[in-house]
Design a protein around this ligand. Sequence first.
Ligand code: IMP
Ligand code: MG
Length: 174
Amino acid sequence: MSETIRVLIEEEKLNERIAEIGATISKDYEGEQVCLICILKGATFFACELSKRITVPVDLEFMAVSSYGDSTESSGVIEVKWDLEESIENKNVIVVEDIIDTGRTLKYLLEELHGRGPKSVKLCAMLDKPQRRVVDVKPDYVGFEVPDEFVVGYGLDYSQRYRNLPYIGILEMA
Ligand code: IMP
Ligand code: MG
């Protein structure tokens, strides 16, 4: 079986949109500090670029939760694999995720974080696949809505590959 990638969102368009989201967040949190929680590994490229475009003080933290394994279907069984090193009590948290698909991962994670006493919690996703949603999760900031296709690049993987592509592409199997 051969895999090909069809470009869906060019690097330039991604970077333009990330700058816009960064400007919006900077305005929304004027006079405050934000704690960006980057969900490993997929959101790293997006979170790093986004953090560079935010002008209020930023604290960049990382968390890993299990979701897909090596297949393309969500299991619904979620586990924290790498936890935050700092408390989020009284902080303005923004969860930064690569993509919201079924929403199961984020629903679990947001409930977990709400329980830790933050001042506020918002969700920022690079991509959103609203057609695939099975639980009610809505991002506060979104890069792009994408169709119900398996996408890779800019942090997103298929069996750990393609994260390093500088654009978002649709994975096609032939
Ligand atoms: P959810 O729990 O179904 O919303 O799954 C979210 C996670 O599944 C994301 O953080 C990704 O790691 C992964 N995922 C969902 N859709 C895709 C895709 O199209 N390409 C790559 N990974 C995906
Ligand atoms: Mg992910």
